[in-house]
Write a protein that binds this ligand. Sequence first.
Ligand code: GLN
Length: 484
Amino acid sequence: MLTQTLAELSRDLKARKVSSAEVTSAYLARIQRFNPQINAFITVLQEQALAEARAADARIAKGDAHLLTGVPIAHKDIFCTAGVKTSCGSKMLDNFVAPYDAHIVTRLKQAGSVLLGKTNMDEFAMGSSNETSFYGPVKNPWDSTRVPGGSSGGSAAVVAARLACAATGTDTGGSIRQPAALVGLTGVKPTYGRVSRYGMIAFASSLDQAGVIAYTAEDAALLLSVIAGFDPRDSTSVDRPVPDYAATLEQPIRGLRIGVPREFFDPGLDRRVAEAVQTALSIYKKLGARVQDISLPNFGLSVPTYYVVAPAEASSNLSRFDGVRFGHRCGNPVDLMDLYTRSRGEGFGAEVKRRIMTGTYVLSAGYYDAYYLKAQKTRALIRRDFLEAFTHVDVIMGPTTPTPAFRLGEKTDDPVTMYLNDIYANGVNLAGLPGLSIPMGFVDGLPVGLQIIGNYFDEARMLGVAHQYQRETDWHRQVPKGFE
Ligand code: GLN
């Protein structure tokens, strides 16, 4: 029962072959059994989930159910959940109980989904391995000595281990696509502005976007149709109609123009990952797609640009954690400066401090032009490359990550190698484009992901393209050993 996709579970719930209370209890039992091994949940909502499941069953019985009614999911602990701890993976917010729901939490609640709990994540979503979390690292269900990716590593691990049917995530520079790739799932980052950021704790506001991690493109389409849409509480939310993403999954691939950026096949890319991309492309060719070599000439600037823009915005966003209004406060401050410095010094971990310091530096009067302003210019060039490419291709494809999941501890002493794990992801955020990752095979027994990048607000096509691949393959059906 728990190896079903969300779409399959939804059909069974609606047909009343199974009740939400049964499925929810089964998930809760699995969480109790497996979560200690993988450390993927920060908070489990046992009683609340069962109550929501019973309410969902009543709604299904009355016949006014939504497709998601009764489906058990998990939220990344970056989304505010009323009355529930919302830690953002940080000691700073370990004592924070959110007073309201994030927009997407409300949307998924209204659809009748059941919330199993809040998932572990890199502190303030800064990281690519989940090792910066105050709550300890998450283990990859495919190999417990390896990372699940980050920052949405907990969300990726709970879905891969079948401890939730799907989970939410956020992607500032790859944090949905990279963990989805490293655990063999489908991860979708929508166009910037497609999903409201209201109630999502801010990391880098011009890059942050909410999305989902699920088994299939079809599952992701069902979820995205619920969370996408205009919200006046987020000034960057875009007011345009939300298509029924699940209704357009069957568009044929024939005639599709796929661009493959030659710059993605750089020396840092594992040869076996590159081969897996070629194999995936051959499936698309067989389905009638035209694969073209393209160039994103400024691709090499995306990591350095991202690591100026993201820390700059983070340094500003995180100034609100001052020990005064909410979050960690140091004991017995002697004066205001002591309160600020000790509260922040004690509440934030090393990676967050590194970002705040870098960000403050690049924004400082003496260096603003040299770094921040320059990064804004290179960001414009990166965006222009994508726009140019989309004048002659429909989607762009390549690897999601350079390698399969790396070992825990392998990159923790070297931030730059850690940052490079998102080399194929960062540019998509800088341009504000939608991107997704789908499982495309295994390297050394570990899953690897194919990245599909769409044009602005072209999620429907991107999801359809992913879905057609999943009809031809069964990578998305694989369950890690020991979690069957
Ligand atoms: N790994 C990138 C970083 O550390 C991306 C994080 C994210 O997308 N939240 O900033």
